[in-house]
Design a protein around this ligand. Structure first.
Ligand SMILES: *Cc1c(COP(=O)(O)O)cnc(C)c1O
Length: 404
């Protein structure tokens, strides 16, 4: 007899590294979700910036089921049509000449960092291995990526961390000038810090990093795992900044909910990843590639990307209206549909307290650190869902202010 799983099963059977909400969603459609009890939710969280086309978008369902009836997996002993089509599509739409496919953001960043180290090793020698990244940055949970990431809580307590990694201050070019030298192989940066609090880079900061990398022959790596695949209103955020990296990583919305990651690079750098230097059993998996190809082709159109910008304005207007009423936010910021509302001093650290209240009202949202309420909804969220979700968020904020 099969029994319906419950939230209590999590505590019985799962390693305790997460603390999931009590509700267990069982079905989704567009920007709506339903839990085991049949309660309806509006989704401003998007699976943490992953469900770029909402839940069960027909274009992605069609791509997945068509591929599921054809071919699931081969390994990299063979190549396959969906992986080749995805790689070509990414190359044609970006600065890149070459693509490496994998299954997550952390894996894409791991590949980017290993490629940078290997490229510098091959062209300059052993000494050129230093990596510059930024405090508060987030690049994944593998041991290399938590070490490069700028949140020590994620790398502490696991023994010695890999060496040669230094952290500058985001949007502070002088801090990088003090760290970068001829031994630097790469600078890794998010064009907008996501987990670190929804902080867009100043254009002159990214351009300055580009110039410093050129001066020291270091590679510029843009981590676009969260900002990529249409999230900021262009296919990749670098396209709006007009600053081109040597390596770019993508995941999250790229698969719309199917696990996939990609590392993009140029013909100058790619050869360092020679046969046998790196790999992944699932990288370029046909199912993942078919879904990602459908997602990229659907998202990279003027209709969808302009829709992201229009929805950005709507989110901002609603959040400003809530703020005029309740005065809880100090600043509303972000790009496209990656939006942060930083709490006012009186509500310091209390963004996290809004989440359970919002969920009781039926709204799923996110935080980026304890002080920033974050939203990363579907890029095609219907305007009616934005209005209704915001009405529910307003009720949650009103309850926070009333001290309930
Ligand atoms: C989420 C995220 C990652 C990690 O991606 P995973 O798929 O969880 O491994 C890396 N970098 C950034 C900027 C992210 O937002």
């Amino acid at each position: 007899m099969s029994q319906t799983p419950t939230r209590a099963d999590f505590d019985h059977y799962m390693v305790p590294n997460y603390a999931p909400q009590k509700a267990v969603p069982v079905r989704g459609e567009g920007s709506r979700l339903w839990d085991q009890e049949g309660r309806e939710y509006i989704d401003f969280a998007g699976g943490i910036a992953v469900n770029g086309l909402g839940h069960c978008h027909p274009v992605l369902v069609e791509a997945l089921t068509a591929q599921a009836n054809r071919l699931w997996h081969l390994s990299n002993v063979y190549t396959n049509e969906p992986a080749l089509a995805l790689a070509r599509s990414l190359v044609e739409r970006t600065f890149a000449d070459k693509v490496y496919l994998c299954s997550s953001g952390g894996e894409a960043n791991e590949a980017a960092l290993k490629l940078a180290r290997r490229w510098a090793h091959d062209h300059h020698g052993e000494h050129k291995h230093r990596i510059v990244s930024f405090s508060q940055s987030f690049h994944g949970r593998t041991f290399f990526t938590v070490s490069v990431g700028g949140q020590p809580k994620y790398s502490q307590g696991f023994g010695p961390v890999p060496g040669g990694i230094v952290h500058g201050h985001y949007n502070d070019l002088d801090s990088v000038r003090n760290l970068i030298d001829d031994d630097t192989c790469a600078v890794m940066v998010e064009p907008m810090q996501g987990e670190g609090g929804i902080i867009p880079a100043a254009p002159e900061f990214l351009q300055g990093l580009r110039d410093l990398c050129d001066a020291f022959d270091a590679l510029l790596i843009f981590d676009e795992v969260q900002t990529g695949a249409g999230r900021t209103g262009s296919l990749y955020a670098y396209q709006q900044y007009g600053v081109t990296p040597d390596i770019l990583t993508s995941a999250k919305s790229l698969g719309g909910g199917f696990p996939v990651g990609a590392m993009l690079t140029t013909d100058r750098v790619a050869p360092a990843m020679a046969i046998g230097t790196h790999g992944s059993t699932y990288g370029g998996n046909p199912l993942a590639s078919a879904v990602a190809l459908a997602a990229v082709e659907f998202i990279d159109t003027p209709e969808v990307l302009e829709g992201v910008k229009r929805r950005h304005d709507l989110f901002r207007e609603h959040l400003e209206a809530i703020n005029r009423q309740h005065g809880v936010f100090r600043e509303i910021r972000g790009m496209g549909l990656l939006i942060g509302a930083e709490m006012a001093p009186e509500y310091e650290g209390r963004a996290k307290d809004i989440l359970p209240l919002a969920l009781e009202e039926g709204l799923m949202a996110l935080i980026a650190g304890p002080n920033v309420l974050r939203m990363a909804p579907s890029l095609v969220i219907p305007e009616a869902d934005i209005a209704e979700g915001m009405a529910w968020l307003e009720r949650a904020v009103a309850r926070l202010v009333a001290g309930q």
